[in-house]
Design a binder for this molecule. Sequence first.
Ligand code: SF4
Length: 563
Amino acid sequence: MTTVGGLPNGLPETVPARMVNEFVYCPRLFHLEWVQSRFASNDDVEQGLYVHRVVDQPGGTIPDPDDIHSEALAGRTSRSVWATSVQLRVSAKIDLVEVSKDGSVVPVDYKKGTPDREGRPWPSDEVQSVLQALVLRDAGYSVSTAEIWYAESRQRVVIPIDDGLEARVRQTVKDLWSVAASDAAPPPLVGSPKCPRCSLVGICLPDEINALRHRQDVGSRRRRLVPSDPDSRPFYIQEQGSVVSVRGGRLEVFKDKDKLDSRRLIDVAQVCLQGNVNVTPQAMRELLSREVPVCWFSYGGWFSGMAQGLPGKNIDLRRAQFTASPETALLIARRMIEGKIRNSRTLLRRNSREDLASEVESMGRLAAQAAQAEGNPTLLGLEGVAARIYFAHFSHMLTLDSDISHRQFDSNGRSRRPPPDPVNALLSFVYALLVKDVTTTLTAVGFDPYLGVFHRPRFGRPALALDLAEEFRALIAESVVLQVINNGEVTSRDFLSRAGGCQLEKGGRRSVIHAYERRMNHEIKHPLFGYRVNYRRAIDVQARLLAAHLLGEIDEYTPFVTR
Ligand code: SF4
């Protein structure tokens, strides 16, 4: 990291005492939160905010240090006091400052939980409180103790500040600044009981990163620290001429004066607008401020763009993405295309009505060659050969009971717009949904989705999303197409054929979106980590592993490949 005037680039001159608390809890957590500005909430964070609400409103004043030597001032308090020590390079927002009879002051910190079993403060809480005391001392006050109020057990814990404790805390602040000066976050804790309670566990992926760093046996870990399924869901709106507005914490969809649909904002992961659907400025502002992406599709389902608040703050990741060498990009692309071919091969092997042993064997060979390809042209060629074998036999996976199976499937028509037949129309529609989800995931992780490792950058093309989508095409998109045809959820009546092109009609689109969301919510055993995740979470984990690789935390990128 470059430094400006001796400071790590872009960081303020003082660190909040709250961040020193995080540093003591876990140096990686501190780096992610303060240096990289990554934030995520969880129940612990929300409860902490709730407990703090009583002291977050400033109130009362404490006298200046020179005017405090009067017993009459004893007991006076001030809430939410900001103080900074330039010498210590720490700032602190102190929940409560109390004046004692002897003219000294006592900082009191409010915590939601309990002290440890012996009734002592937790090390991270102790450091934060001592820093509050030291900051007040540097402002000229006499301070000999600090206190913590633990709300859950309703205990007040007193911390006497002696020279030994003060020296330890000062050293901690020095250690923190040297970690802050580093580009890379410290490695994750190993098997720590702190991780399940950490709000950044879904961003940090401690067990997964450790497993891939070979510090632990891959597959031996069964601890799933992130929920298998994100709580919120995409909200699709495809009624032409409808308007999305916001009222009372809900998104509402109106057409003329009729309310067509409504969702709580907290349940919405993204808003997907198909065709001519309007969003009011108020709803747009609310969605952007909550970092909920709004995605636009053409009426026919082409993913045309998205809007998503301010760009991600994870500048180090974008810098690593933009400065990755062609060799690094090729190594990643090789694994992604290997993953794509292996997953296509598995789908074909499991679902084909015909015996395709030799084709399956060829695809296995092509996957192995892709993993060793010497350059992008070779990789492109291998991917093309594998795709030709796969799509030449795609119709063998369709039931003969469907009237779609009897229509011509042009296996060369996948890149044509409009698609020439129902199967191609379905594939295009579902690919667009998948690329939309991979794009929003990559953006949330902090990538620029437009710079890829395999697909060349082209105006308006989310190349990195297309890259990462490769390993999920067969598992998600093509599986959905097989499902909707083979289960009769879509029939030839759901398509409109015109001027050589074929398009899904409204009812068919609705059925495919349902099937797609079902697939995204489908839980599988993670092939590397052994715990259960749904596909939506699996894409998120892959994006974070790709980030960890580009940031130098893990040696190689491993694709998501089912057995
Ligand atoms: S999940 Fe664990 S290793 Fe990662 S930041 Fe949190 S406490 Fe640290």
